[in-house]
Design a binder for this molecule. Structure first.
Ligand SMILES: NC(=O)c1ccc[n+]([C@@H]2O[C@H](COP(=O)([O-])OP(=O)(O)OC[C@H]3O[C@@H](n4cnc5c(N)ncnc54)[C@H](OP(=O)(O)O)[C@@H]3O)[C@@H](O)[C@H]2O)c1
Length: 267
């Protein structure tokens, strides 16, 4: 008799599932039998991922192309999901981008765009699906923050702040969900192999040389998925990243600011 998989009959919505960590997170859920809804802007890439994961893991996978950085992008996605007669049990808020450089002279649309995607869309989608999760007493939210969440980030200020928001929001929701059966985890990766660096421009800063070998997106995703299954509040990937993040509260704030400024400085 075929084994019944944990996620059988449930659906996970994964944002930013056209590339990088999101693809691997989607695969973790698919392996456990969750049907998938995959969202990002690039339709072709999404369709390819959906077809591969559906075939490999015998689940349904629905690609939906959407710009979550646009105001109301979360609501548009939810409308499209509803129109297809689908529901969401687990929400994986993974879509995000960073941008390196001083705040002075930066492009305002890019700075606000980080907030719109990394925070606004994440809150919007969570607000839409959270009541249903609580009512069903199952499912939950897996938010992707970053080790950037643990301290301010001079020369990448808005990205760090946007991820601090994700961490704070996720931990608060974890507490609000306590005892309900709904899981909330915040995945905090350090440097990870993906297209992130290309878009963020972080390949040209000292951190890219001092940050250790980047982890693979697959290993980061597995850690995140396992953490979410156990309802682990925060998962920092990799021993080095864990130690550094846990050290931050014990160091003077000005020391931290100096260290991060140095790491975010051009090579
Ligand atoms: N890689 C790292 O070193 C690292 C470290 C810490 C945290 N993170 C976080 O991990 C998450 C995933 O990043 P990644 O490393 O996998 O980067 P990535 O390879 O650049 O993937 C980002 C994903 O987000 C999607 N996306 C970007 N803008 C979007 C928009 N406006 N609307 C909808 N989808 C959008 C992209 O698809 P489209 O371009 O097709 O829209 C893509 O699927 C992000 O939240 C990032 O901040 C990454």
């Amino acid at each position: 008799m075929a084994r019944i998989r944990k996620g059988e009959g449930q659906t996970a919505l994964v944002t930013g599932a056209s590339a990088g960590i999101g693809v691997d997170l989607a695969e973790c859920f698919a392996k456990d039998g969750y049907n998938l809804i995959l969202a990002a802007r690039t339709e072709n890439a999404l369709r390819e991922v959906a077809e591969r994961l559906a075939k490999t893991h015998k689940v349904t996978a629905t690609p939906i192309a959407v710009d979550l950085g646009a105001i109301g992008g979360g609501a548009n996605l939810a409308e499209a999901i509803k129109a297809k007669g689908l529901t969401v049990d687990v929400l994986v808020n993974n879509a995000g981008f960073g941008h390196a450089g001083a705040f002075n002279g930066s492009d305002l649309a890019t700075q606000l765009g980080m907030i719109d995607l990394n925070d606004r869309a994440l809150v919007e989608l969570t607000h839409i699906y959270w009541p249903g999760m609580l009512a069903n007493k199952r499912g939950g939210v897996l938010n992707v923050a970053s080790t950037a969440a643990f301290q301010p980030g001079p020369l990448m200020a808005i990205y760090y702040a946007s991820k601090a928001f994700v961490l704070s929001f996720s931990e608060a929701l974890w507490e609000e969900a306590r005892g309900t059966g709904v899981h909330v985890s915040c995945l905090c990766p350090g440097p990870t192999v993906s297209k992130f660096r290309e878009r963020a421009g972080t390949g040209k800063v000292r951190l890219s040389q001092a940050g250790g070998t980047p982890m693979s997106s697959a290993s980061v995703a597995v850690l995140g998925y396992r953490a979410w299954k156990r309802n682990k509040r925060v998962e920092i990937t990799g021993l080095r990243n864990r130690v550094l993040a846990r050290l931050v509260p014990f160091l003077p704030r000005t020391t931290i600011l100096g260290i991060v400024r140095n790491l975010q400085s051009p090579i």
